[in-house]
Design a binder for this molecule. Structure first.
Ligand SMILES: Nc1ncnc2c1ncn2[C@@H]1O[C@H](COP(=O)(O)OP(=O)(O)OP(=O)(O)O)[C@@H](O)[C@H]1O
Ligand SMILES: [Mg+2]
Length: 255
């Protein structure tokens, strides 16, 4: 069992898209997958077809009360082996509510311990911030998978991101590793994408996945139908690339 956080405090870089699609390909391959939506935006929750307004118990209850993680997990009805711990907007209030709790950074870690033997991989979709919810995710994880958008401002915040990983390494979770870096909305042909690649390479080198994710409109459309790309349009370029990323992810586990 391995816990992986999809982490980048920068917004809109493809965390949720990567989470949904990587998880669904791994589940399709027969791995038992749990994804934990720790983002109050709940984009993983809605992107997998769940109506946030009808969810009764969510990660908010798990983080702020003694609610057990296993009691809020719902099974995907569209993909086998795929389970989700949903989030709703309520979760936005959680950071303030837990501020005075003694083990406020390790609440999620303790909750995951109760279910970890049930799954092959647990993926956590982080919010675009460095607040307590993200720290809980990093504290509970074996590794971070970092999506970086190939755009002019891509490197802005990467220093801070690395710094955060080092800080967590030092104080809360010395085992936290970098799982990999995936370049998203990437175009092989543009000078900008190549420049971003070279810059990211200086920071992460071999950790960068060979598979890059192109800008693909089908990837952006799929969540509005509550579907992962493999059910929305399995033949499109975006689907092909996320399938490859899942394979590359699995290859690395064997090393
Ligand atoms: N490869 C892609 N091609 C086209 N659109 C994409 C791609 N990846 C993501 N998007 C779109 O870009 C937007 C941001 O993506 P996403 O929600 O995955 O990012 P995020 O990092 O999770 O954002 P946030 O920080 O708000 O949680 C979404 O509208 C998504 O559909
Ligand atoms: Mg997101």
């Amino acid at each position: 069992m391995k816990v992986v956080s999809i982490f980048n405090q920068k917004g809109g870089v493809g965390k949720t898209t990567t989470n949904i699609n990587l998880c669904s390909y791994l589940a399709m391959q027969g791995y038992k997958i749990l994804t934990i939506d720790i983002d109050p935006q709940g984009n993983t929750t809605s992107g997998l077809g769940f109506d946030k307004t009808t969810i009764q118990e969510s990660m908010y209850d798990v983080i702020t009360t003694d609610q057990k993680l296993q009691d809020i997990i719902i099974k995907s009805e569209i993909i086998d082996n795929f389970f989700i711990a949903p989030s709703t907007l309520e979760l936005a209030g959680a950071e303030v509510e837990i501020i005075d709790i003694k083990n406020r950074e390790s609440i999620l870690k303790d909750k995951i311990k109760e279910v970890e033997n049930e799954y092959d991989y647990i993926f956590i979709d982080c919010p675009p911030s460095l607040g307590l919810l993200t720290i809980n995710a990093l504290c509970a994880s074996d590794s971070v998978l970092i999506p970086i958008q190939a755009e002019f401002y891509a490197l802005e915040g990467v220093g801070q991101l690395i710094n955060t990983i080092h800080l967590v390494n030092k104080s809360l979770n010395k085992n936290l590793a970098v799982e990999g870096v995936v370049l998203t909305m990437y175009s092989n042909r543009t000078k900008l994408s190549n420049e971003v690649y070279n810059e990211v390479n200086k920071y992460f080198g071999e950790k960068i996945y060979k598979t890059t994710i192109p800008r693909n409109i089908r990837l952006a459309e799929a969540p509005s139908f509550g579907l992962p790309i493999l059910l929305y349009d399995e033949k499109c370029k975006g689907a092909e690339c996320y399938r490859e990323l899942a394979e590359e992810f699995l290859m690395r586990q064997k090393r």
